[in-house]
Design a protein around this ligand. Structure first.
Ligand code: ADP
Length: 428
């Protein structure tokens, strides 16, 4: 039985600046529609009168600026109305960003002033970073901007599967049900769900992504003026903090939004105090943000991978393909077998270049791993190339030297060069 949830068709009246917070249940459908007034879900207005069907487990809020009546049908894990939200402060940030975009647009010839705001959202896990990023993007898109969304959160990314850093232009407010369209994201595959697996490699990818975007912006005044919104990981201590600073530098962030953490905010203010063009702004965390423990997070990663192959509403059918071992070249980045200490001169430390490309021979170790298909045609470009998509290894036949994998579509892969990390998935 659901706790705090309900199962009947019912109407909820929302006063101005209030929100209905909902957690869809894991196993029964939920739909909702707007009866009167206006309302939005994470920055995207919902159409009047039309039923929206929500996937299982989705956690969201229907917020109204001026008042609305919502009708809900189906059971929820929880749903309640909240009249205290940080939305006013969030929309104020949007207004400031909008002003900066207009200024950038007004001076297209100057390379400095034609750059719109580069916003980076930082804070601990479950502080609402992804949600705030999404609102800022949707509000901007609603006004006709085409901001670039950059997602550096390899643990729970919103653009593609976990283990990646990615970017995509946002041309329309983000669909509350479907999420970010998967059409043309720029994706770099790290292959692990925590950067500590290979810090240097992670930094290389962040840099590659930033450089690629820089090149795109230089030829596109519209995207340049629209700026970017960068979502980050929840790891903010020690090396995690270093990586935040690295991201701020690499992307030349001009606005740093710190969610729910005094300490992080004052640390960043202090370290960036000599940069007059960088604003560090503290924002309140929403009481609606749902905390997820490690297990829930791990499960969410699995759902995300499933969604890549089967679609958000289970509406895609991936293809199973069988190829010869010799048809694929699989690589791992960094680490690799090191020379044993005994084989080294006395006093020498075994070293392994963290960004070295290491060929991987096909074995049953690859079973249940998710591999990325590189765009690189040549071996030496693999580390700096983005990826076309992913495959999932379902069988290894050592005897016949055949590998069976799941891919989103049939036919030959765009490249024979694949990258493997530690990203696994058990299909269920
Ligand atoms: P972070 O990116 O900091 O880890 P998220 O933005 O992903 O945090 O938020 C965590 C979860 O809380 C998500 O499932 C999100 O949909 C949910 N959430 C965020 N804000 C609200 C809200 N106001 N009401 C209900 N759920 C929310």
């Amino acid at each position: 039985a659901a706790t705090g949830g309900s199962t009947t068709v019912r109407q909820v009246k929302l006063e101005k600046e209030c929100e209905l917070r909902v957690e869809a249940s894991a196993d029964s459908p939920l739909r909702l529609r707007l009866l009167t007034g206006t309302a939005e879900i994470f920055g995207t207005e919902i159409p009047p009168g039309i039923w929206l069907n929500f996937p299982p487990r989705l956690k969201f809020a229907v917020f109204t600026w001026y008042g609305a009546t919502i009708e809900m049908d189906g059971s929820t894990e929880t749903d309640y109305t909240a009249d205290e939200t940080p939305m006013i402060s969030y929309i104020n940030v949007h207004a400031v960003l909008d002003g900066r975009r207009n200024r950038a647009k007004a001076s297209p010839s100057d390379s400095d002033t034609s750059q719109g705001p580069r916003v980076i959202v930082v804070g601990p896990t479950d502080s609402g970073k992804s949600t705030l990023s999404r609102m800022l993007l949707s509000w901007a898109a609603k006004q006709g901007w085409k901001p670039t969304f950059v997602d550096l959160d390899i643990g729970q990314g919103s653009i593609t599967i976990p283990g990646c850093v990615a970017a995509t232009p946002i041309e329309l407010p983000i669909d509350p049900v479907e999420g970010i369209p998967l059409e043309m994201p720029m994706v770099y595959f790290f292959g692990h769900v925590t950067p500590s697996a290979n810090i240097d490699h992670y930094k290389v990818l962040v840099k590659e992504l930033a450089q690629t975007l820089e090149t795109q912006f230089s030829g596109n005044a519209e995207s340049r003026a629209s700026g970017m919104v960068i979502n980050t990981m929840g790891w903010i201590e020690g090396v995690g903090y270093e990586l935040l600073l690295h991201a701020i530098d690499t992307f030349n962030a001009t606005v740093i939004l710190v969610l729910g953490q005094e300490k992080l905010c004052s640390m960043l203010k202090d370290v960036l105090k000599n940069r007059p063009n960088v604003d560090v702004v503290k924002l309140q965390k929403s009481g609606g943000v749902v905390s997820r423990n490690a297990k829930v997070r791990q499960k969410a990663r699995g759902y995300r991978i499933r969604e890549y192959f089967y679609g958000p509403s289970n509406d895609l059918s991936p293809h199973s393909n069988v190829v010869n071992f010799s048809d694929l070249f699989i690589y791992r980045i960094g680490g690799g077998p090191q020379a044993p200490r005994s084989a080294l001169p006395i006093g020498a430390e075994p070293s392994a270049d963290p960004t070295r490309l290491v060929p991987v021979s096909i074995s049953r170790d690859l079973l249940h791993l998710v591999l990325a298909v590189s765009y690189a045609k040549e071996q030496d470009q693999i580390i700096s190339s983005n990826v076309a998509g992913f495959i999932y290894v379902t069988d290894i036949d050592l005897h016949r030297k055949k590998i069976t994998y799941l891919a989103p579509c049939a036919g030959e892969l765009p490249s024979k060069n694949l990258i493997v990390g530690t990203l696994t998935w058990i299909e269920n």
